[in-house]
Ligand binder design. Structure first.
Ligand SMILES: [Mg+2]
Length: 118
């Protein structure tokens, strides 16, 4: 399963990538922000995206994916420090399938992924 990790922090991308590796995912690409990610979605089967990013933030990115005929069905997990209830509601309403609050354990990410790819 091909996964894209979208985050402006290279450290966070590495952490998420390592976590995905431990969970058995090996086909992983990275993007620094939403705009970068939009050009890399061919063949992607799961998106894990940050919220706060330059150029294009996660919420705008999610809306763009959901507005695309080609990519609108890709499951999206938002991984962010924005943990307020209204933020989560806004993310879900924008088309996010699941939500994980940083920092998270591999087990938590695994559960979130399994919930969206079933
Ligand atoms: Mg960020």
């Amino acid at each position: 399963m091909k996964v894209i990790v979208v985050d402006d922090s290279s450290t966070m991308r590495r952490i998420i990538k390592n976590t995905l590796n431990r969970l058995g995912f090996t086909d992983i690409i990275e993007a620094e922000h939403g705009l970068d990610a939009l050009s890399k979605l061919d063949g992607i089967e799961l998106i894990i995206t940050d919220w706060n990013m330059p150029e294009m933030d996660g919420l705008t990115f999610v809306k763009s994916v959901r507005a695309s005929n080609t990519f609108k069905h890709i499951p999206i997990i938002m991984a962010t420090t924005e943990a307020a209830k209204e933020d989560i509601v806004e993310a879900i309403q924008s088309g996010v399938n699941n939500y994980v609050v940083k920092p998270f354990t591999p087990e938590i990410l695994k559960n979130k992924i399994e919930a969206v790819i079933k």
